[in-house]
Design a protein around this ligand. Sequence first.
Ligand SMILES: C[S@@+](CC[C@H](N)C(=O)[O-])C[C@H]1O[C@@H](n2cnc3c(N)ncnc32)[C@H](O)[C@@H]1O
Length: 246
Amino acid sequence: MTQTIKILTLFPEVFDSFLGAGLLGKAVERSVVRVERIDIRAFTSDVHRTVDDAPYGGGAGMLMKAEPAVEALESAGEGTRILLTPRGEPFTQELARTLAGRDTLILLCGRYEGIDERVRRFVDMELSLGDFVLHGGEVAAMAVIESVVRLAPTFLGNEASLCEESHAAGLLEYPQYTRPPSFRGLQVPEVLLSGNHERIRRWRRGQALLATKTKRPDLFEKLELGDEDRELLDEAEMEAAAKDPP
Ligand SMILES: C[S@@+](CC[C@H](N)C(=O)[O-])C[C@H]1O[C@@H](n2cnc3c(N)ncnc32)[C@H](O)[C@@H]1O
């Protein structure tokens, strides 16, 4: 299946290099994903092509008007309609997986002080990139696109790397190293140079558990650890304490 992603934005040019570079650029070139940009300003009817107006009740800044945004949404046709907004549901890897299974995603990017509240009635989902405020929805749309497209089976050609990476199974990824084995006095852990696949597997699992426990206790709390996991976590904690005694 070739997924289609339609981006509704006031700044289509923001996506130029994003859609042309790296693996995403290749995915677009090879039609792993079809991306369309729809300029919301094209759906204005006045000579000034007005897309914003002052908020009723007063207050700072301008709001995106409902009519052009909704007409742009309707012109995009069928698909999962998503409004990018800091008031939305936090975007997660699980949601990326859900969205990767949809034929067509329609991403509506806000600007200014946001969009007229009535536009919410015309979308299926509201997603937030996190608890911070961006200038516009374009960067959030890019994050959604990148995380969704890289889950396409034909994208990376490396299913294993998707299974083991952070958030795939509720865990952060284990630490990774590449050459050289020693950098400014910092050594690659001996086990990774051992060639012993079972030792490496156990070490990585212990490190992934330890990283999750220390960096993201909220995720760690949700894990159900088996006997082996508890043992590997103990080992990782002992190794960390030996390296960096309290
Ligand atoms: C300056 S923001 C508007 C913020 C709005 N006044 C509020 O306080 O909720 C302009 C646009 O940027 C996008 N945006 C800002 N922060 C975002 C976030 N954390 N996640 C997704 N989109 C965001 C939205 O599309 C929003 O309409």
